[in-house]
Design a protein around this ligand. Structure first.
Ligand SMILES: Cc1ncc(COP(=O)(O)O)c(C=O)c1O
Length: 385
């Protein structure tokens, strides 16, 4: 087993509490936050260095990612870590994954068109579909897997697009090549677009392989766009730089039509992303080792202390989906857990109606804080026992 990097294992809570970003700032100090998708690890050394140099240079103007080779370094990262060949000319910066998806969706879906989502799924997808006047068409996961037959039916009925989430948020599952191939074949048959949100892909955990959607087949490349960034894997989401990736002339044509308010990414985000993709591999391996350790630790602690909670080890990312229905503490157990245990989880209902009785736990932190989270969960649940 890989030895865990001590910097990722011993993270002083007092330091975390001084952070002003959403995860740690939203709740009072007595609450342990394990909700929004931010990690607690220190910045990767190359990222820290690149940002410090930019500060020293007062290099705080508008971004120009082409000059610092964002497309090229991402293509090298994709090839070496995911075995995926990307044309750097067909990579466009965006200020975020959601802004990119929203901009592309508004080019391919008309008001009233259906856009397929696979709940339980990341809530802002619902909002961005509604914002452009399209209709959400739900095709729920079945046992955490894509229901490819039902997706095919929705495509046949005329859905304009599918927003795919791979790895899937909140379940942490990884759609397989087989599921994705079935989706790509259906999309080709009916001319449906697939927008593949692969933001958690650099965090594929040992034993699982992330299959980049665009790498599947020429058909997938023709009518697919991938959205990916260093923002989750390197915890730099607030710096506002993501990528929209095309693998065909047709989809690149769409990227070129994104408005500049979407493609003008943050300069610090571009600098940090270049450093992360170019030199962050060793640190990323260390983060993955801690996440791997944490997901097993959660399983062991739950079996020991809270066997009534349903838990499936996630395959990618640092989020996991807890089934709390057997506890009978209502459709939104996160409220009771926050009140009684002072632990902030994301309510399952945020991910669609099928999230009733579930909650999402963020384990992108030290094993020590993961243990504390489970302690608090147990305290909340066993309070009346
Ligand atoms: C699946 C998924 N997509 C998109 C985002 C948000 O990305 P951005 O902040 O770049 O819009 C998140 C953040 O947690 C996410 O989990």
């Amino acid at each position: 087993m890989k030895k865990l990097n001590p910097e990722l294992v011993h993270i002083p809570v007092e330091q975390l509490r001084r952070r002003g970003s959403y995860k740690w700032a939203r709740y009072p100090d007595e609450v342990l936050p394990a909700w929004v998708a931010e990690m607690d690890f220190p910045l990767a050394p190359p990222v820290r260095r690149a940002l410090s140099e930019a500060v020293d240079l007062s290099d705080c103007g508008y971004s120009y990612p082409r000059a610092i080779g964002l497309g090229e370094v991402f293509a090298a990262f994709a090839e070496s870590r995911m075995g995926w060949r990307v044309n750097p000319e067909w990579v466009s910066p965006t200020i975020g994954i959601l802004s990119g998806i929203s901009a592309i969706l508004s080019l391919i879906a008309k008001p009233g068109d259906g856009v397929v989502l696979t709940p339980p799924v990341y809530e802002p997808f619902y909002r961005l579909i509604r914002e452009i006047g399209s209709e959400v068409v739900e095709v729920p996961l079945v046992d955490c897997k894509l229901d490819t037959a039902a997706i095919d039916r929705r495509f046949a009925e005329g859905a304009a697009a599918l927003i795919l989430c791979s790895p899937h948020n909140p379940t942490g599952t990884m759609p397989t090549a087989r599921e994705l191939t079935a989706v790509a074949e259906s999309a080709a048959r009916y001319g449906t677009w697939v927008l593949a949100d692969e933001v958690h892909a650099p965090l594929a955990l040992p034993g699982s392989r992330h299959v980049p959607y665009l790498s599947l087949s020429p058909a997938a490349a023709e009518r697919g766009i991938s959205f990916l960034s260093a923002s989750k894997a390197f915890n730099i989401a607030g710096l506002k730089c993501a990528l929209a990736i095309a693998a065909s002339e047709a989809s690149f044509g769409l990227l070129q039509r994104m408005p500049s308010r979407v493609t003008d990414c943050g300069h610090f985000g571009a600098i940090a992303s270049v450093a992360a993709f170019r030199e962050g591999g060793a640190w990323l391996d260390d983060v993955i080792a801690v996440l791997d350790h944490n997901r097993r630790l959660i399983g062991e602690l739950l079996v020991e202390r809270l066997p009534e909670i349903g838990y499936q080890e996630p395959q990618g990312g640092y989020l996991t989906w807890l089934d709390l229905r057997r506890l009978e503490i209502g459709d939104d157990p996160s409220t009771t857990i926050l009140e009684r245990g002072r632990l902030a989880l994301s309510p399952g209902l945020e991910f669609g109606d099928r999230g009733a009785g579930f909650a999402r736990l963020n384990f992108g932190t030290s094993p020590e804080l993961v243990e504390q989270a489970i302690d608090r969960l147990a305290a909340a649940i066993h309070r009346d026992a």
